[in-house]
Design a protein around this ligand. Sequence first.
Ligand code: 5RP
Length: 223
Amino acid sequence: MTQDELKQAVARAARDYVADRLPIGGILGVGTGSTANFFIDEIAAIKDRLGGTVASSEVTAQRLRGHGIRVLDLNDVDAMGIYVDGADEIDASMAMVKGGGGALTREKIVAAVAETFVCICDASKRVPVMGRFPLPVEVIPMSRAHVGRELAKLGGTPKLRDGFVTDNGNLILDVHGLSITDPVGLEDRINQIVGVVTNGLFARRGADVLLLATEDGVRTFSR
Ligand code: 5RP
């Protein structure tokens, strides 16, 4: 199977998961990225069951609207049953590195509101120790150099994501060379650096369910 076929398979499984578990009229959080895009295309078929969606990025909001799917402001939502999103890496504790698409801050906010975070990815994303994928850190522009020096003290090599501005008007530093053996501790330490908006470690609020696309079918893991 190609990687796109795996993404398509897991997107379909996530659509079925939502159709089975989200009450009719419930609110669905929708993530960002190529796997999330397949998912958006799949949920067009069940849009009439949804009370609405909350998008984790402008690009996701546009794609949802393109399918005629209602997009709500998170501030107008009291509760969200399920949030479905991809990941760049996920470990056995269901901690993730996210933000390859630069939407990490909004993703973390939506994830904080959701009752159940469903991570969808192909088997290549499941790793014993995270860090091979550079860890994205969103920073306030004037703090870029300061945050970079502090990240270097933690053992990483930060690189500015060239020409990229987040939906929130900020910059991304991609931190290379980390071996993330303590995801919760590192998430907390990076959050302490002044000028950091969010880091791409989703360890304190990891996934509750993982739908993993493999050559043998989609496997389900729960926390
Ligand atoms: C975007 C993300 C994505 O979920 C992550 O980058 C995975 O993307 P893809 O499904 O394209 O591999 O965190 O900010």
